[in-house]
Design a protein around this ligand. Structure first.
Ligand SMILES: Nc1ncnc2c1ncn2[C@@H]1O[C@H](COP(=O)(O)OP(=O)(O)OP(=O)(O)O)[C@@H](O)[C@H]1O
Ligand SMILES: [Mg+2]
Length: 200
């Protein structure tokens, strides 16, 4: 369902991605680990078509939808979390307010809390980003350092959420610098010197 073939990407004369190839199927959870600056976010940006690779190809079905949390997404800082999420869903004509409210509540965010996003903690912002990547039932879900700032209970909920996405036949790809125990990973890779090394 997703095929990534021989991606190469350089910034100026720094080669970041040398030869990135992997594939993913519905219902799989893939982990990509790598040090700071190894190119994890760059891979996600290329898959989400925010950035163009210098060479290589990405294939997925034309009806595939992609949800992504990459780095630090921007929000309407003076609006509430619920307003922000419903606004983003509306942009895609895909707003399911009940679902958004449920995803928020399940993650420990009160959808009726009037607090502006500018007053959110790091973990609370991360939760908005994760919800945004899944709230429209996207088929491929890219999560870049999703557990940053999450407390223990939220981390447990996140593991459950990923298992649910897997059960719903989504393809989930998670990037982080370290390995998160308890995750239902089908494949794990380490990104070293611009190449993905399989860690079976
Ligand atoms: N727009 C850009 N212009 C120039 N260099 C860039 C750009 N984006 C990324 N880079 C460089 O590409 C390399 C990979 O960056 P990337 O953000 O993909 O790493 P990462 O693995 O996500 O790191 P981190 O774990 O810190 O998030 C870094 O050396 C970075 O400086
Ligand atoms: Mg990154």
């Amino acid at each position: 369902m997703l095929e990534v073939n021989q991606l190469q990407k350089s910034f100026h004369d720094e080669i970041v991605l040398q030869d990135i190839s992997f594939s993913g199927q519905p219902g799989q959870v893939i982990h990509i680990s790598g040090e700071n600056g190894s190119g994890k976010s760059t891979i996600f940006k290329i898959i989400a078509r925010i950035l163009k690779a210098d060479s290589g190809e990405i294939h997925y079905d034309s009806e595939t939808t992609i949800g992504a949390l990459i780095e630090n997404p921007g929000y309407l800082e003076f609006e509430t979390g619920l307003t922000n999420l419903s606004f983003l869903a509306k942009l895609n004509h895909n707003e399911d307010l009940e679902k958004i409210r449920r995803l928020m509540a399940d993650f420990g965010l009160d959808p009726d809390n009037k607090r502006a996003v500018s007053k959110y903690s790091l973990g609370m912002r991360q939760k908005l980003g994760i919800i945004q990547a899944i709230m429209e039932d996207q088929n491929i879900v890219l999560l870049d350092e999703p557990t940053r700032g999450l407390d223990r209970a939220s981390l447990n909920h996140f593991v459950e959420l990923v298992q649910q996405l897997k059960d719903e036949n989504k393809l989930v790809i998670i990037a982080s610098h370290d390995f998160q125990a308890g995750m239902p990973y089908d494949k794990t890779y380490r990104l070293i010197d611009g190449v993905l090394q399989s860690e079976e």
